[in-house]
Design a protein around this ligand. Structure first.
Ligand SMILES: CC(C)(COP(=O)(O)OP(=O)(O)OC[C@H]1O[C@@H](n2cnc3c(N)ncnc32)[C@H](O)[C@@H]1OP(=O)(O)O)[C@@H](O)C(=O)NCCC(=O)NCCS
Length: 142
């Protein structure tokens, strides 16, 4: 199971079709997932998943990046560190800025994005997802 999961992450990073996904899945793009762990305990703290490029359906929802921190490790700066790590990764891909979206009610995510220099670009209601979206541009410094 573990090996299979790692294989899926490796394939996804290369943009190769995943075993469980339909072959012509719309908006499938290469995506890299990185995990953050506690150095002393080895405990998983959080992760980010970074889309190397945006399919049009990601332009207005989800953007380049998703991230999450385990509930017991929140409000300790880990999301901010994860986003900084994702920006380093984006720099390696040669991107000048990335798109990050979050729900207007997600104060933790909004603060994380702003901590890393994100600028609110626009706000809209997304009919297909029945949700309000705040979309940010986050600059990537080289
Ligand atoms: C959003 C999330 C990633 C934040 O993780 P975190 O590790 O707690 O964030 P940080 O500790 O780096 O905090 C960043 C800032 O957000 C603030 N913050 C964090 N959680 C908050 C909350 N629930 N309400 C208000 N502010 C919050 C922190 O105080 C900090 O602000 P500051 O720099 O002004 O002091 C985490 O709550 C999470 O995983 N949520 C579920 C998944 C999710 O929403 N992912 C984002 C998708 S867009």
């Amino acid at each position: 199971m573990y090996e299979e999961t790692v294989e899926h992450f490796d394939a996804w990073e290369l943009g190769e079709p995943l075993g469980w996904a339909p072959e012509n899945i719309s908006g499938f793009v290469p995506c890299t997932t990185r995990f953050m762990k506690d150095e002393s305990t080895g405990e998983l703290l959080g992760l980010f998943s970074f889309r190397h490029r945006l399919h049009e359906r990601h332009e207005r929802f989800e953007g380049h990046l998703g991230y999450s921190v385990r509930p017991s490790a929140r409000r300790m700066g880990h999301a901010t560190a994860l986003l900084c790590g994702a920006l380093d990764f984006a720099n390696g891909l040669g991107l000048g800025q990335i798109v990050v979206t979050c729900a207007p009610t997600n104060q933790g995510s909004a603060r994380t994005i702003e901590n890393c220099g994100g600028v609110l670009r626009d706000q809209y209601y997304l009919e297909e997802q029945s949700t309000d979206v705040n979309r940010y541009w986050v600059p990537v410094s080289s």
